[in-house]
Design a protein around this ligand. Structure first.
Ligand SMILES: [Zn+2]
Length: 318
């Protein structure tokens, strides 16, 4: 049975070595270590080896071991980054950093122009090894948080990056700010031999997925799942019957997708048109066809996304 440890983007995490984040002398030496492992991000996109022009888009397959990150040494710190984060240590103890390059940074004019290209994150995540996908996802969420949280939310002063990229502090009022992780309930409602899937108008034709919504203050994940189901599709359910499956960090920009199966207590669909274009009851046999890429009308999210694994977990039950 799958667990959260099997989810794409969360597999094989490095030792985060959090105790090193506050050790300025250790970090200084780590940056100069000739074997330090450094990769670059620019506007949320990782630098990958080789020509990424033919890279698959989201939903076009998952190799898991395709194009690797471009790994640089200590010289990377001289390329003009605007931010950095210490991500941890590899199995031999080598420090790993990600650098955030300014949006206008010209790779072509840099000393590493020939080494690779920046790749859109959804496509990149489908090509990277599990370890590299996890590292790039983590860096993407952190850099996006820094980009949008430069000022103290308590007093408005400009805050400063501390703890190797894992915290911001306000020099004016002393407030501490930590990176966001926003819980999202992503749920598959089921009734008898059918499950509920839906699509948004902006999605490619034929693409359907599980319903999802942000957990609100004062709410459990199960309660959020039941509320969203009723709001978006008019389906009633009891959060007491919800079943937690597994969760997945989703760096677009900082969600934690919590996978839920929940029995539906009603069947009539009433779609909230602002959120969804349509919702459908899908039979178990159809779900299996979709997972095999053989359904005549619909296709489901790729293996990179938790929705794929929620659908699979349900479809494989008798
Ligand atoms: Zn402040």
């Amino acid at each position: 049975m799958l667990t959260s440890q099997d989810m794409p983007l969360a597999q094989k995490p490095v030792d985060r070595a959090a105790h090193c984040r506050t050790d300025a002398a250790w970090l200084g030496a780590a940056r100069k270590n000739p074997d330090v492992l450094v990769f670059l991000m620019r506007a949320g996109e990782p630098l990958l080896e080789g020509d990424v022009s033919g890279a698959p888009g989201f939903g076009q397959g998952y190799s898991g071991n395709g194009m690797p990150l471009v790994w640089l040494g200590p010289q990377a710190f001289g390329l003009g980054h605007q931010g950095e984060v210490f991500l941890g240590q590899d199995t031999s103890g080598l420090p790993i950093f990600a650098l955030d390059m300014p949006e206008g940074w010209a790779l072509e004019a840099s000393p590493i122009a020939e080494l690779g290209a920046f790749a859109e994150m959804r496509g990149a995540a489908a090509m990277l090894s599990p370890l590299e996908a996890n590292l790039a996802s983590t860096a993407r969420s952190l850099f996006e948080w820094h980009r949008t949280h430069g000022f103290c939310s308590r007093c408005g002063a400009q805050s400063e990056v501390v703890e190797a990229g894992w915290k911001r502090e306000c020099p004016a009022c002393g407030a501490e700010h930590f990176p966001r992780t926003d819980p999202v309930a992503i749920m598959l409602a089921h009734r008898g031999d059918k499950c509920l899937m839906a699509r948004q108008a902006s999605w490619p034709a034929g693409f359907i997925s599980a319903l999802a919504g942000f957990v609100e203050p004062g709410e459990t994940v199960e309660q959020a799942a039941a509320r969203e189901l009723e709001e978006e599709a008019g389906i009633k359910s009891d959060p007491a019957n919800a079943e937690y499956l597994f969760c997945q960090p989703w760096p677009f920009p900082s969600s934690l997708m919590v996978g839920i199966l929940i029995p539906a207590d009603s069947e009539e669909i009433s779609v909230e048109q602002d959120e969804l274009e349509a919702a459908y009851w899908i039979t178990r046999e159809e779900a299996r066809q979709m997972l095999a890429g053989a359904h005549p009308r619909f296709y489901c999210p790729p293996k990179m996304a938790i929705a794929h694994h929620i659908l699979k977990a349900w479809a494989e039950r008798d």
